[in-house]
Design a binder for this molecule. Sequence first.
Ligand code: COA
Length: 321
Amino acid sequence: MIRSVVCGSGSALPGAAVTNAELEQRVDTTDAWIVERTGIRQRYIAGEGETTSTLAIEAARNALDAAGIEGSTIDLIVLATATPDQTFPATATIVQDALGCNGGIAFDVAAVCSGFLYALATADSMLRTGMAKRALVIGAETFSRILDWEDRTTCVLFGDGAGAIVLEARECAADGPGVIATRLHADGAHNELLYVDGGPSTTGTVGMLRMKGREVFRHAVVNLSTVLEETLAGTDYTAADIDWVVPHQANARILEATARKLGLPPGKVVVTVDRHANTSAASVPLAFDTAVKDGRIKPGDLVMFEAMGGGFTWGASLVRI
Ligand code: COA
């Protein structure tokens, strides 16, 4: 069977790490509150000249290097972001031009924090149907640019960054590497719980992030544990077969609660929220690359990606590395 195989991963973080103690100087908050409620200790904030596309290009180049693949051979780029450089063109086309693979397919996907799962599913479908052979799937964000720095209930939670994987269509055995199963969902009834209060067709401004955190938290645990079970149910695997869960990094308590519901030991969950905070669409590939580079995730491992974000959108994908 043709499967989309992960050949390499890469990531990028902007120059400056901002600790909770530094935030205490500009926001009415404390390190103790942020750590206790979220597990976040620092986040990276993009500086002058750093944008979603510069982070995406760096992450993509690192992923190509890890895969030992020339950028010019990529014929599909799917980039997940809610903070594109411009309203249009798609940030994916800026990445494409920088990598010198013009002429293939390149577009952005908007599913906020689930964006990487949506991008992965889209690229996987296109690879398996033969529309492309080699894809870059990227999650890249500069959420610091849409935060209300006067709103302590949101501004302490997010950070900037990018992560990328190279996927290649290959003939694989059933127990071989590749994307095994993916499930995606959306429920637009909950738009008002997590949104940006601007946009080109409404206010004509970029807008700022607004969130009812407690309600989002409640939905996140239920939706994520359900979609994880649903994704496994379509396969020959059970939760006990999973080597690593690579979740969207929104809040350490959501990660713990979801793992508990699945009966997974916390030691199998990759956690980077303490260092990166919530980087939206970048968080899953950033966490994945972190765990690959530090030697935790190895070839042959069974990995579950999962995320939930504004919309609501949510999804999970089971992948043999
Ligand atoms: N520093 C200090 N105090 C803060 C604070 C901050 N940065 N932000 C909020 N507070 C205060 C609130 O004002 C409130 O005070 P009050 O009780 O006097 O009104 C108190 O802390 C509790 O606020 P609440 O919002 O109920 O806290 P919580 O335990 O639900 O934690 C979140 C808040 C946002 C951390 C948590 O709800 C969460 O992580 N939600 C999910 C977010 C998420 O996953 N989003 C992304 C999905 S993609």
